[in-house]
Design a binder for this molecule. Sequence first.
Ligand SMILES: [Zn+2]
Ligand SMILES: [Zn+2]
Length: 157
Amino acid sequence: MSSPLRFALTDLKEKGELPVDSAAPAELFPDALSEGALVGPVAVKGVIRRIDDIAAFEGKAEGRWRFECVRCLAPVETKWVASVEAQAPIDAGPLDLTDEMRQSISLAQPMKTLCRPDCKGLCTACRKNRNLADCGHVGEGPSSSTRPRLTIRPDKN
Ligand SMILES: [Zn+2]
Ligand SMILES: [Zn+2]
């Protein structure tokens, strides 16, 4: 079985460390995210070091993913980076990073995604995206408070 995330450890005993620079298709992690989706390949870079009889990987995975804005449901695509660590006995054969990478991606998943910090969301009356157009409905959303609330009073003196 050849996977871009399985690394043979036969040279590790001699060399002491092996550089890792690989990429895996997003399809290798079908259940890493509870919402949204990975976009494009997942890259992994780092090094496998020999620590006595243990092969220890330390590095980073990175790629892109897409989530829906929690307010207006627009797709938001961003870059992500997650650190990855894995260990296995050298004599156990190839080191497979698939599970550790899946866990790292899962932990890095954002709690809530906004298309922009001041997203106005959908109109509660007509469900139109209020970032794109003003539908005319007066809602309780942030757009109803565009006028400054400060009242300037004339100075008493
Ligand atoms: Zn939004
Ligand atoms: Zn509306």
